[in-house]
Design a binder for this molecule. Structure first.
Ligand SMILES: Cc1ncc(COP(=O)(O)O)c(C=O)c1O
Length: 344
């Protein structure tokens, strides 16, 4: 990112911290409290999760999304078992093998065009059940919203969860952008996650206004009693936990998650509305805060001089334009104007 004046559409991770969240961190910076999560801020943050998701949950704060995924999965699985996830998933593509290395498990990828997987695909991985020569599938992991900006409907999640439970599998949701999905569906987290039957969620918030920090939620108490030990072994147990957990207090209690996610989603939709007449190919449905499009190769570099974004597929010239809670309408308009100019 050499030119500091470029408009950033590379990732929602490039956005800053919501002022209320920053304030919550500053407010937590008073005096001395117990470490490792035995502090009042962490207890209040857990209560905020319980208000939203119900009493019967376990909440573990961790510092990043890969750590949340790896710790959640470690807690649900034995080393001779396997995790099924979309080939396009962050787990497979963007965690440098941490899930395989840390859990010691096999990860089975199923093909996906839009980031989602189906019950049929999961079914086809369930072969040689009980055969000690084959890793036994124990967890299905889906991403909500997906890496391609698509969103599982509640019915789709429920169908996968029901299938998992009928087959003694657990359903894990990588929710790095869970707020964007909830905002897009117009539902709460309880309806989307607990009521559909998910067993565990990596509840992301860093991309949507936190400085850093995610939460692992397990539905049901003591279902995965080893999770706290895995969090420590996976180096995700922050000693000054209050600064992670305090961020979630206003984030949840003051609906910052919703305001931010709705705004980011709206910016992506606004761009799509204004740009859909242009001679570019949109490759995915625009459901949350990201747009995938194939651009004529000759305009990519000139566009990148003013806008910072990733080329997602170098072979097809597909780019990813990601909008955040800090993207402005003006920035979206500038992008459309620049595209119009370059495409003339
Ligand atoms: C789908 C998904 N899962 C998890 C993560 C978390 O990754 P990190 O370890 O970089 O916080 C990301 C971040 O890009 C993501 O997009």
């Amino acid at each position: 990112m050499n030119n500091p004046h470029r408009i950033v559409l590379a990732s929602d991770n490039c956005a800053g911290v919501h002022p209320r969240v920053m304030q919550a961190i500053a407010e937590a910076n008073h005096g001395q409290v117990s470490s490792y999560g035995y502090d009042p801020y962490t207890q209040v943050a857990i209560q905020e999760f319980k208000k939203i998701l119900g009493e019967n949950i376990e909440v573990l704060f961790v510092s990043n999304g890969t750590g949340a995924n790896v710790t959640a999965l470690s807690s649900m699985i034995q080393p001779f078992e396997a995790v099924v996830a979309a080939q396009t998933s962050h787990l497979h593509e963007d965690e440098c093998g941490a899930p395989e290395r840390i859990t010691g498990c096999k990860f089975i990828s199923v093909p996906s065009q839009n980031g989602k997987i189906t019950v049929d695909q999961i079914q086809r991985t369930l072969v040689r059940v009980g055969d000690e020569h084959r890793s036994q599938v124990r967890v299905v992991s889906i991403t909500q919203s997906t890496e391609y900006g698509t969103v599982y409907t509640l019915e789709e999640i429920r169908e996968i969860a029901d299938f998992c439970h009928k087959n003694q599998l657990f359903l894990h949701v990588d929710g790095a952008r869970i707020a964007n999905a909830a905002a897009a569906l117009g539902v709460g987290f309880r309806e989307m996650l607990r009521d559909t039957g998910a067993d565990a969620v990596s509840f992301g918030a860093t991309k949507n206004g936190l400085m850093m920090g995610e939460a692992i939620i397990f539905f049901g108490k003591n279902r995965f009693p080893n999770a706290k030990y895995f969090r420590k072994q996976n180096m995700q147990l922050a000693s000054k936990m209050r600064f992670l957990s305090a961020q979630f207090i206003p984030y949840l209690a003051e609906n910052i998650w919703l305001q931010n996610a709705e705004h980011a989603n709206r910016m992506a939709k606004l761009f799509y509305q204004k740009a859909k007449h242009l001679p570019i190919t949109f490759t995915q449905k625009v459901e949350v805060n990201v747009v995938f499009a194939i651009l004529p190769p000759e305009i990519i570099e000139p566009l990148q001089e003013k806008f910072y974004f990733y080329v997602w597929n170098e072979y097809t010239n597909e780019v990813r334009l990601m909008f955040s809670f800090q993207t402005t309408e003006k920035e979206v308009e500038k992008l459309v104007l620049e595209l119009e100019k370059l495409l003339k």
